[in-house]
Design a protein around this ligand. Structure first.
Ligand code: AMP
Ligand code: MG
Length: 490
């Protein structure tokens, strides 16, 4: 059995100047209990997930001690929060515990909820059980949906009290990612007028993640272009699966284009373009349909931070290409969801109209797409129709869909239909992390029963498969579960 003691630890981030971090030891939480662990994340590190169940692992991953091969640090960064620059950010309740090399990839192991750091400001450095479970379930669910994301190794519950709106228990979550470097790291170097540090950080990121650019004369520009393309691709993923992040501050933007930092996120139930999942977001800055624009805005902040290293016109030109990258990726993904095979720009008007129809009919986004593969069957069409607010609009739309399939060159014979159905089932998930499902599992966990979290995690790890024994997890949300407000105080 490969345990935490046996992993191949390396020190990479610590090669950077110490202005970028503080050495901080974790402060443990009491009586650690394993809530849930991810077998697939463990395997990324070369770790046997069963090894997480030992007392030794529980102690280490609840912050009660460190291995001699670790050197835990809190990273310093800054960032724009709701468009305001905040120079006082950094890892306030998490530590980079260690870095692990496995199969030529270096993975960060970050312990969230490890206690106060020099960047905690007024915070206690802790994470509550509910937000740790939400992050675990969401990051593992997104990974199973093939969406770039940080991963989660495990959640550990405790007996240590923490105080939010009420008393709750402290938990830890081990986050695993190829980098914890955010747009905000570059903002810190640049906007604190440290051009040498900025260059050193950029060279480090390029060397670690794009070594082929080490000797490229325009390497900083190409690095920016790579980040922009990955971010545009991520936005296309989010928009196509109905994922709302909720707090797209620049300190929550991964330099590698991963979904990063899970707060009041939501997978949308009823399709509503201007959906706001963060109830502290009064202006709707981070509303669902704003996400691509905000990503572009965040990239313009990153571009500004890179100005000491690159030419302004070149950066501007890259920024202008964001919407083309986004559109191509988004319409390619949407084409697949509708079962089309033509080029990404063949059905744009139809896809726009379809999204308007979903909004007017108040149809559930994931439910609609999962049913779409059999919509030619009268009873299935009737079932969807029964959920529509505007039946006439739906009927008109269905005629348009039939025409679009003909335009796409699709043949209505049985073999083609089976192929189309299989393709659609691989992109339209049957199981998504609906807020109410997470909420039920959290309520049970808060009473000491972790089995619902584990079952939900298992179901969501195969989101495209039919899992007849878990049919209830594919149901539409009950009324109480439709408008859950998620608190930011996590
Ligand atoms: P977030 O909203 O989770 O992205 O956090 C924004 C900033 O606040 C980051 O610098 C966090 O480290 C810090 N922070 C959030 N919660 C806490 C907490 N409970 N204690 C200390 N710092 C925190
Ligand atoms: Mg954050």
């Amino acid at each position: 059995m490969t345990t935490l003691l046996d992993l191949n630890y390396v020190l990479r981030f610590q090669s950077l100047p110490s202005e970028l971090y503080s050495n901080v030891l974790p402060q443990g939480i009491n009586n650690p209990k394993l809530v849930v662990s991810s077998h697939s994340t463990a395997s990324l590190l070369g770790l046997d997930s069963i090894a997480l169940e030992t007392q030794e692992s529980l102690k280490l991953l609840s912050g009660q001690g460190v291995l001699s091969t670790w050197q835990s640090i809190a990273m310093k960064y800054t960032g724009h929060q709701f468009a305001q620059y905040n120079p006082n950010l950094g890892d306030g309740r998490g530590l980079l515990l260690a870095q692990v090399e496995h199969k030529n990839i270096t993975w960060d192991m970050h312990l969230k909820g490890a206690g106060a750091t020099p960047y905690s400001r007024q915070g206690d450095g802790r994470a509550v059980l509910r937000s740790s479970i939400r992050e675990f379930l969401a990051s593992e669910a997104l990974a199973a949906l093939n969406v770039p994301t940080t991963r989660a190794l495990c959640v550990i519950d405790s007996d240590s009290p923490v105080y939010r709106e009420q008393q709750e228990t402290a938990a830890t979550l081990v986050r695993v990612a190829q980098s914890h470097i955010r747009f905000g790291h570059f903002e810190f170097c640049s906007f604190s007028n440290k051009p040498e540090l900025l260059k050193t950080l950029c060279d480090y990121v390029i060397h670690e993640h794009y070594p082929e650019l080490d000797n490229e004369p325009q390497k900083y520009l190409v690095f920016f272009k790579n980040t922009l393309q990955k971010t545009a691709e991520l936005m296309a993923h989010w928009q196509s699966i109905g994922f709302a992040h909720g707090v797209m501050n620049t300190d929550n933007m991964s330099i590698l284009g991963d979904t990063f930092d899970f707060g009041p996120f939501a997978f949308m139930d009823e399709y509503e373009p201007s959906f706001i999942c963060n109830h502290s977001d009064y202006q709707g800055r981070y509303a669902f349909n704003q996400q691509p624009n905000i990503a572009n805005w965040n990239l313009s902040v990153l571009a500004q931070a890179l100005l000491p290293l690159t030419n302004k016109e070149d950066l501007m030109q890259q920024l202008e290409s964001f919407s083309d990258y986004f559109k191509e990726s988004f319409f390619t993904k949407m084409n697949a969801k509708f079962g089309f095979i033509c080029a990404f720009d063949s059905h744009q008007d139809f896809i726009d109209d379809s999204l308007k129809m979903l909004a007017s009919c108040k149809l559930d986004y994931s439910y609609f797409f999962r049913k779409l593969n059999n919509i030619h069957i009268e009873s299935v069409r009737q079932e969807i129709r029964n959920h529509c607010l505007d039946i006439n609009l739906f009927d008109r739309w269905y005629t348009q869909y039939e025409q679009a399939l003909v335009k796409d060159g699709q043949v209505p014979d049985e073999a083609s239909q089976i192929k189309r159905k299989n393709n659609m089932d691989n992109v339209n998930p049957k199981y998504i992390l609906r807020n109410y499902l997470a909420q039920n599992a959290i309520l049970a966990a808060q009473l000491g029963d972790y089995s619902q979290v584990q079952t939900l995690h298992n179901v969501l790890s195969k989101p495209f498969d039919e899992q007849p024994e878990f049919e209830e997890y594919a149901q539409l949300p009950p009324d109480w579960g439709k408008k859950l407000e998620i608190s930011c105080s996590s």
